[in-house]
Design a binder for this molecule. Structure first.
Ligand SMILES: Cc1cc2nc3c(=O)[nH]c(=O)nc-3n(C[C@H](O)[C@H](O)[C@H](O)COP(=O)(O)O)c2cc1C
Length: 325
């Protein structure tokens, strides 16, 4: 497939693997890039710029295809040294960055100096327009369905994507709720030039996470995600478990009196316990509604080949059939 996104990033398939905390290591990013998509290392999972430098080098040993790094600007307990992370990216010759959370305006000069293309992920049309204005090269439009941080507007992709298509000049990809060829073809029809997937990529052979996480995704249904941290305007869509149900109940009971300290134990420092040790009740971890569509553990190459070949069939047979009728 050829779209403005495959051209911009020099990739074969218009499919991006979104940054994922404690999932987006070199193994997964390289597997996605080797399979013709765009793999992303998650920058802040690496605790220091030196560690990110090492992870990027590892990825370069695993693939000779383009890959990128995700830099997330969300409220964190730590205050990461972003300029040094950007140096680690630029000095290794990585030329694609996915930004997310707050807009990356203050870092755009550094990205541009290094010839880095910026794919900004955001959850509203106004934020997408702002990203376009400050010089981002492409946008990842993240609908309410998505795993992770869907923002506070709650607009799903069937409305968000056509709205984005009406106003954006730079190319955009659809993110959130996509796991298969139907999702890709729908995204293209709604105006996107490709897709971003998170949750689907965790349930692959190469995802370097504990088998319990993959099993939980395969077993979960579309009813099994919850929204937490809305009272702090830092909403996150997560897979439910005992800890998450405690958070949901506390948020309901305490209302406006809720303090971050009330839920900190269930939301801080959770990822290594879940992703590395497979402790599935450790706390809240991001997961999309699309979990209901996932029922196998293919290799990344099998997944991408399946999505692209079934998308071709859908376009050439099902859709063309309608126009002939
Ligand atoms: C476990 C997990 C961790 C994530 N961590 C991050 C992150 O650190 N930074 C980021 O920008 N997005 C993060 N995301 C969001 C994904 O990059 C992607 O936008 C989202 O998963 C798309 O929705 P989907 O899961 O329905 O495909 C995460 C998602 C998941 C499932």
């Amino acid at each position: 497939m050829k779209t403005r996104i495959t051209e911009l990033f020099g990739i074969r398939h218009p499919i991006v693997q979104g940054g994922m905390h404690y999932v987006g290591f070199a193994e997964l990013a390289a597997a996605v890039s080797n399979a013709g998509g765009l793999g992303l290392i998650t920058g802040l999972t690496q605790k220091t710029p030196e560690l990110l430098d090492r992870e990027i080098r590892r990825c370069k040993e695993l693939t000779d295809q383009p890959f990128g790094v995700n830099l997330t600007f969300l409220p964190t307990v730590a205050n990461p040294p972003y300029p040094e992370y950007i140096d680690a990216i630029a000095s290794n010759g990585v030329r694609i960055v996915e930004t997310a959370g707050r807009n990356p305006e203050q870092h755009m000069p550094a990205f541009k100096r290094a010839g880095i293309k910026v794919l900004h992920k955001c959850t509203s049309v106004r934020h997408a327009l702002k990203a376009e204005r400050i010089g981002c090269d492409a946008i990842s439009v993240d609908g309410f369905e998505c795993g992770g941080h869907p923002g506070e507007d709650d607009i799903p992709n069937f409305v968000l994507l056509p709205l984005a298509a009406r106003v954006l000049k730079v190319p955009f990809i659809a993110s959130g709720g996509i796991a298969d060829a139907r999702g890709l073809v729908a995204a293209l029809a709604l105006g996107a030039e490709g897709i971003n997937m998170g949750t689907r990529f965790i349930a692959t052979q190469e995802a370097p996470v504990h088998a319990n996480v993959k099993r939980a995704i395969v077993n979960a249904s579309e009813l099994d995600t919850r929204l937490v941290m809305r009272p702090f305007r830092n909403t996150e869509r997560v897979l439910t478990n005992a800890a998450v149900e405690r958070v949901v109940q506390l948020e309901r009971e305490k209302g406006a009196a809720l303090q971050f300290a009330d839920i900190a134990a269930e939301v801080v420092g959770v990822y290594p316990r879940v992703m590395i040790h497979g402790d599935m009740d450790a706390g809240a971890w991001s997961c999309g509604m699309v979990v209901g569509l996932i029922d196998d553990l293919p290799t990344v190459a099998q997944l991408l080949d399946r999505i692209v070949s079934e998308a071709r069939q859908l376009i050439e047979q099902r859709l063309t059939g309608f126009s002939a009728a």
